[in-house]
Write a protein that binds this ligand. Structure first.
Ligand code: BES
Ligand code: MN
Ligand code: ZN
Length: 513
């Protein structure tokens, strides 16, 4: 799908020949002199059109426009949320239509707000996305050309470019998260990461460049990632630890990078603490955190910003089996801390903790982990906002602001040390689960112990990474939030990690030669 940004008023947009012209109508509506505006005013006066977000009035071959179809849609107060609702509603019919290949969206009646262009673009991409990879007769997206027509123009160019990159990233993340577990094994995910780096044309060593290193069971064992390895021991499918690095210019080469860590459980059966059968298929989405990290790197490869980013993806299956991890087993993490595994279904934190320890070597500016970590987070926040946890006020503020700007919302939850009481163990330094109470928080407290050396944030995307039901599928979240965060953040603010977690265990003693 191809996007184009054009600077023109509604009268000019109405002269564009296209399959459909979508016009966003806000309240208050200030009519211009053109014919479509007159039509809108008449429809509003007659009560046939409302400015409520998402309300639609469709016309076929109207005399007032060159478009075959004219879709007037209420845009409410023209807030970013209302713009998203309006575009989603107006374009939802487009997906099933075999007629609409060229679309024009006019934002000319809206006040010029930052984020309007990007929100409209993301919404039309989202609603027209189609998954085809494992269909025998694929019906690909028919929408080919989307023109966004705005009053301004040049000043929107940067936003337009970022949105294009963001959409490429979101669709990459959707693709990998949507693939069933037998089509997105840890090995295949690693190949996808390698493919991103390879296609980055980094034949020379000069920036911008992207590199990818893939570690297998042997290398991971050598690093002492006992916790990650324990989760993978119940399956025949070999684990992978993916290290991606993007360097946007030679001047950022030795700057402290932001590190993204994505949970890559390609299928979560629960292990010996087996999950119930109902909806277990959805646990193929348990690598959505990993997919979002891949998506961000895809976006970086399109946008090529002058920043440095590292992506870490621990990826494996969580299966029951003759050699699987058992409840009560005590394992030793890369940090040296021992963990009593009371529930093998709390596996995400077990693979993430070793990745968080690995992240220390980059002397990061900040580390953000992204994980479909707890059902409890879905109960807390539903499907609207991701759960955010952080040991740094500034980092939490920045991530929240990035989410607001990108319309990819999150909400901060607490990390009081008293919540860690639930993780006490009689047999190890820490248990991998607390009780049912505050499950998203106790999971975050577990991770907190491993993220003491740098400013850190954790995004629990269990409720936001995919949709269930008839529209089952990945959302590509939180790629928009992460991309926005990375682009805003690089140099301006320095983060400080507060209240370092307790229990500083001795570093794992590596076998000496
Ligand atoms: N991948 C799941 C979390 C999940 C559950 C995401 C439902 C989306 C929907 C995670 O590995 C898990 O199983 N968590 C357990 C933790 C519990 C055993 C403490 C959960 O949330 O039930
Ligand atoms: Mn689980
Ligand atoms: Zn899981």
């Amino acid at each position: 799908m191809n996007f184009e940004l054009l600077s023109m008023d509604l009268a000019a947009a109405a002269q564009l020949p296209c399959d459909a012209l979508v016009v966003l109508v806000p309240t208050p509506f200030k009519p211009q002199a053109d014919e479509v505006s007159v039509l809108i005013q008449d429809a509003l006066d007659a009560g046939d059109l409302e400015t409520k977000p998402g309300k639609i009035l469709s016309l076929y071959r109207p005399l007032q426009a060159q478009a075959d179809r004219l879709i007037l849609v209420g845009a409410g107060t023209a807030s970013l949320a209302h713009i998203r609702t309006a575009v989603t509603s107006a374009c939802s019919g487009v997906k099933s239509s075999s007629k609409v290949k060229n679309l024009v969206i006019s934002l000319a009646l809206l006040p010029e707000t930052k984020g309007a262009v990007s929100t409209a673009m993301n919404a039309v991409a989202d609603v027209s996305y189609t998954y085809t990879t494992t269909k025998s007769k694929p019906e690909p997206r028919l929408l080919r050309q989307v023109v966004v027509a705005v009053k301004g123009g040049k000043e929107m160019a940067a936003e337009f470019k970022q949105a294009q990159a963001c959409i490429a990233g979101v669709e990459f993340a959707k693709e990998w998260a949507n693939r069933p577990a037998n089509h997105s094994t840890p090995t295949q995910l690693a190949d996808a990461a390698q493919g991103l780096a390879n296609s980055f044309k980094n034949s020379s060593k000069t920036a911008p460049r992207m590199s990818c290193e893939v570690l297998g069971p042997k290398e991971v064992a050598k690093l002492g990632m006992g916790s990650f390895m324990a989760v993978a021991q119940g399956t025949q499918e070999p684990l992978r630890f993916i290290v991606l690095e993007y360097i946007g210019s030679s001047s950022v080469k030795s700057s402290a990078p932001n590190v993204l860590v994505g949970k890559g459980i390609t299928f979560d059966t629960g292990g010996i603490s087996l999950k119930p059968a109902a909806e277990m298929d959805e646990m193929k989405f348990d690598m959505s955190g990993a997919a979002s990290v891949l998506g961000v790197f895809k976006a970086l490869s399109v946008l090529k910003p002058h920043i440095r980013v590292v992506g870490l993806i621990p990826t494996c299956e969580n299966m029951p089996g003759g050699r699987a991890l058992k409840p009560g087993d005590v394992i030793t993490s890369m940090s040296g801390q021992t963990i009593e595994v009371l529930n093998t279904d709390a596996e995400g934190r077990l693979i993430l903790c070793d990745a968080l320890t690995y992240a220390e070597r980059f002397k990061p500016r900040a580390v953000v982990d992204v994980a479909t970590l707890t059902g409890a987070c879905v109960i807390s926040l539903g499907n609207l906002r991701s759960g955010l946890f952080s040991n740094s006020e500034e980092l939490a503020t920045q991530i929240t602001a990035a989410g607001d700007a990108a319309q990819d919302l999150c909400w901060r939850l607490p990390l009081d040390d008293d919540y860690a009481e639930a993780l006490k163990s009689n047999f190890a330094d820490v248990a991998n689960v607390g009780g049912r109470a505050g499950g998203a928080i106790t999971a975050a407290k577990f991770l907190h112990r491993f993220a003491t050396k740098y400013p850190w944030a954790h995004l629990d995307i269990a409720g936001t990474a995919w949709k269930s039901g008839a529209n089952k599928g990945a959302t590509g979240r939180p790629v928009p939030l992460l991309l926005e965060f990375l682009l805003r953040n690089q140099s301006a603010i320095t983060f400080t990690a507060e209240n370092a977690a307790p229990a500083k265990a001795k570093r794992a003693v590596k076998a000496k030669g």
